[in-house]
Design a protein around this ligand. Structure first.
Ligand SMILES: CC(C)(COP(=O)(O)OP(=O)(O)OC[C@H]1O[C@@H](n2cnc3c(N)ncnc32)[C@H](O)[C@@H]1OP(=O)(O)O)[C@@H](O)C(=O)NCCC(=O)NCCS
Length: 260
C-alpha cells in the first residue's frame, strides 16, 4: 500500500520511524528539486552498471546532493536507503549504507563514514557469508537478522566514523567525532567521540534540548530557515528569542515554573 504525502513526510522526519516502503518515493517532499529526465534516470538505474552514472546525472540536473529528488529515489528503490531532504555525504554511495537505514533531514555525513547493520554469525563453525547470506547462492534465505538504523535530523557524522550493528539510532542533532567507532545508540544532541564512542557533552542544556526537539524546526524547508538567517548563524544562547523556536519555547515551562 502506498503512503500519502503526509505519512511519507512524517517518515522522513521522525527518527523513530520505520524505513519507508519502496514505492513511497513518489511523495517526496517539495523541498527537493526534480528534473523532467528524473524518472528516466530512476528507471535506468535498475541496470547495475548504470547506477553510478544515474546518480551523478541526477545531481547534475537537480542541483546536487542536497536537493536531488531522483538520486534519493534511486537510493531508496534500489538500495533501501532513505535520505531526507538536504542531507548529504557517502549515504549516496551505493552499498556504503545498509538496506533499511533511514536518514533524516539536514544530516551531514562526512567522507569515509560507514554503517553496518548486521554481524557475521560468531557462534557457528564458520563466519563466512557462504553460510548465512542468501546472495552467495548457498542458503535459500538470509539467516542473520539485519538491525535497523535511524540517523536523526540535523545529526553530523565526522570523517571516517563507523557505526556498528550495536548502534540503531543516532539522535537528532547529535555529533559523532571523526574516526569514532559508535557501538551504542547516541542520544539527541549528544557529542560522542573515540573508540568506543563515549559522550563528552551535550550541545545544549536540558531545557534548550527540550525546546529544540519540540520545535521540530528541521521539518521546515530551508527557505524558511533562510528567512531567519541572522538567528541561524549565531550561537543558540536563548531559545525563547529564536524565531524558529519561539512557539515551542513558550510551551515549555522554564525551570522552577510549574504547570497550572
Ligand atoms: C567531535 C568534535 C566536533 C569535538 O569538537 P570540540 O568540541 O571542539 O572538541 P575538543 O577538540 O575540545 O575535544 C574535546 C575532547 O574530546 C577529544 N576528542 C575530540 N574529537 C575527538 C575524536 N574525533 N576522537 C577522539 N577524541 C576526540 C579531545 O581529545 C578532547 O579530549 P580531552 O578533553 O581529554 O582533552 C571534533 O573533535 C570532531 O571530531 N569533528 C569532526 C570533524 C570532521 O570530521 N569534519 C568533516 C567535515 S564535515
Amino acid at each position: 500500500m502506498s503512503r500519502t504525502v503526509a505519512q511519507f513526510d512524517e517518515g522522513m522526519t521522525r527518527p523513530d520511524a520505520q524505513a519507508t516502503e519502496p514505492g513511497a518515493s513518489a511523495a517526496f517532499a517539495s523541498d527537493l528539486r526534480s528534473h523532467v529526465l528524473g524518472p528516466m534516470l530512476v528507471r535506468a538505474s535498475r541496470v547495475r552498471s548504470f547506477v553510478d552514472r544515474c546518480i551523478a546525472l541526477s545531481f547534475r540536473l537537480e542541483g546536487g546532493q542536497y536537493w536531488s529528488r531522483s538520486a534519493r529515489e534511486i537510493m531508496q528503490t534500489r538500495f533501501g536507503v532513505h535520505i531526507g531532504a538536504y542531507s548529504y555525504g557517502p549515504c549516496f554511495v551505493p552499498g556504503a549504507f545498509p538496506r533499511g537505514v533511514v536518514i533524516g533531514r539536514y544530516v551531514s555525513i562526512a567522507n569515509g563514514v560507514c554503517a553496518f547493520a548486521r554481524n557475521h554469525p560468531m557462534d557457528r563453525l564458520s563466519t563466512h557469508p557462504f553460510f548465512f547470506n542468501s546472495l552467495m547462492g548457498m542458503v535459500p534465505k538470509d539467516e542473520v537478522e539485519t538491525g535497523s538504523l535511524v540517523i536523526g535530523d540535523d545529526a553530523w557524522l565526522g570523517a571516517n566514523a563507523i557505526l556498528t550493528p550495536g548502534c540503531s539510532r543516532i539522535g537528532i542533532g547529535a555529533v559523532v567525532g571523526a574516526g569514532s567507532i559508535v557501538t551504542r545508540d547516541v542520544p539527541d544532541f549528544a557529542v560522542v567521540v573515540g573508540n568506543p564512542a563515549k559522550l563528552i557533552r551535550y550541545r545544549f542544556d536540558e531545557a534548550t534540548r527540550k525546546v529544540v526537539l519540540a520545535s521540530r524546526w528541521w521539518e521546515r524547508p530551508v527557505a524558511a530557515c533562510r528567512e531567519e538567517l541572522g538567528s541561524m548563524t549565531i550561537p543558540l544562547r536563548d531559545p525563547m528569542s529564536h524565531p524558529l523556536l519561539g512557539r515551542a519555547a513558550g510551551a515549555i515551562p522554564r525551570q522552577g515554573e510549574g504547570t497550572r
